[in-house]
Every structure is written in C-alpha cells, then in structure tokens.
Design a protein around this ligand. Structure first.
Ligand SMILES: C[S@@+](CC[C@H](N)C(=O)[O-])C[C@H]1O[C@@H](n2cnc3c(N)ncnc32)[C@H](O)[C@@H]1O
Length: 235
C-alpha cells in the first residue's frame, strides 16, 4: 500500500491514523441496521420480498399459538404472525429497526424486546410453538448457539423456520448491503453451507420437515436467491 503523503507539521503516525479511520468503515451489525432502518422498507429489495412470500407459504401449513420471532426488523412478518398466533415475542438487536416495527404494529399480542441472539436468551416470555428466523443467520458466525437455544425454547413438536440468503449467492459474493449518502455499506456476513444448517439442527435434535429453494420470478433455471428450512423439535 502506498504511504499517505506526509504534510507539513503532521507526523506519519497521525496521518496513518486518520487514513485508517477514513477507510475502516466496517460498523457493527447493530449500527448498520440502525442506519438502514430509515430506508429498509422503502427501497427495492428482492431478498426481503421473496422471504415474505416464503414465510407465508411455509407457515400457512402449520398451526401455532406462541411465536418467538428472531430478528423481527421493521416487522415485515410480525403482523402476519400476530394475526395467526395468541402471542408473538419479536426480538431484534437494532433499536431503530424495531422502532419502525413498533410504529407500524399496534397488536396487543406482540411484545417487542431488544436482545442479541448470540447471547443467552434471557428475554422473558413463555416457550414457543414456533420460532422464526428470517434473513438474520448470515450475521451469526456460530449457528449452534442459535439452534441450541431454539431447541430449549421450543415446545415439543414445535417448529423452527429458517429462511436465509442461499449459500450459492453467498459463494458468489452477495452480502446484506444498502446505499447511504456516504456510499454502499456492506454488513459483516458469514457464509453457511447447507450442511452447516443440517448439522446444527441434528446436533440439537431437530428433524427436517421441509426444505425449499426460492428463485426470482420462480425461474428455476437461475441461481436460487433463498433457502428455507422447516425443522421440528423431536419429542
Ligand atoms: C435483513 S434484516 C431482516 C428483518 C426481517 N426478519 C425481515 O425479514 O425483513 C435482519 C435483522 O436481524 C437483526 N439482527 C442481526 N443480528 C442480530 C442479532 N445478533 N440478534 C438479534 N437481531 C439481530 C437486525 O437488526 C435486522 O433487523
């Protein structure tokens, strides 16, 4: 790397510090979603919209009374879940994303809670018949932490729905990203292979009920955008 030009009266270390500050744009996932919250619902986002369809199609086929929604974001799926459940606990790390959801959703059977799902799940609430995880696991390095706690918080026979960016897309370099006035912001993401989901599920005694791949315009000759899993907590 070329050294930054040394200006009069500025030592090299100071210049280097300023240069690194300018280029170290990697913000935390929480900070990034706080910034993204203002536009998340407003700009075109094929991944967001296709997941809404997947969620409704897969979960229409099962019944549930209590739900824990991990990474509720701006509430894209929260209201739909609340219309079908007795109670939804909607979890997110980003207070700004969740603030958008709180503004949109007045349902009395939704409790919003701020929590990081990589930490112990201390958020109050009963166990659930259904735990959902839409477009969040790409930000989680260790899937086992999530699958283990999901198994503990699910009632026997309960379901764990996971829908994420397809690993094929991840291999091709796609990551969660959004435009800002300062340019494109790319979030910290981790690649998960199909077998990673399967192994995390099996290690925590889930059985796989349904696996689907989701394509833009339902065109199965293209690379799938999303992959969804419906797991069941074994008795
Ligand atoms: C791409 S958005 C998806 C939001 C919503 N599920 C949807 O499908 O539109 C990912 C969400 O996960 C949240 N998130 C990311 N990492 C998290 C973590 N460790 N704990 C809790 N929420 C997290 C983000 O704040 C963001 O709201």
């Amino acid at each position: 790397m070329q050294k930054p030009a040394r200006s009069k009266g500025t030592c090299y270390a100071e210049t280097l510090t300023r240069v690194s500050a300018k280029y170290s744009t990697m913000r935390s996932v929480r900070q990034s979603y706080n910034s993204w919250s203002a536009t998340y619902d407003l700009v075109e986002n094929k991944t967001r919209d296709l997941e809404a369809r997947a969620c409704r199609e897969i979960l229409s086929g099962i019944s549930f009374e209590t739900v824990i929604e991990l990474g509720c974001g701006t509430g894209k799926n929260t209201e739909w879940l609340a219309e079908r459940a007795k109670h939804v606990t909607a979890i997110d790390l980003s207070e700004e994303m969740q603030a958008v959801a709180r503004q949109k959703i007045n349902a009395v059977n939704v409790s919003f809670k701020l929590a990081d799902i990589k930490e112990p799940w201390n958020f109050a609430g009963e166990n659930a018949d259904l735990i959902t995880c839409s477009l969040i696991l790409e930000h989680i390095d260790n899937l086992d932490v999530v699958f283990e706690q999901a198994a503990e918080r699910l009632n026997t026979g309960g379901h764990f729905y996971v829908c994420e960016l397809h690993p094929f897309k991840q291999y091709a370099g796609t990551k969660a990203r959004f435009e800002t006035d300062a340019g494109l912001q790319v979030l910290e993401c981790f690649t998960h292979n199909v077998s990673d989901y399967f192994h995390a599920a099996r290690a925590n005694e889930f059985s796989l009920v349904r696996l689907e791949e989701w394509f833009d315009d339902e065109n199965q000759t293209t690379m799938p955008r999303l992959i969804s899993f419906l797991f069941e907590r074994s008795p």
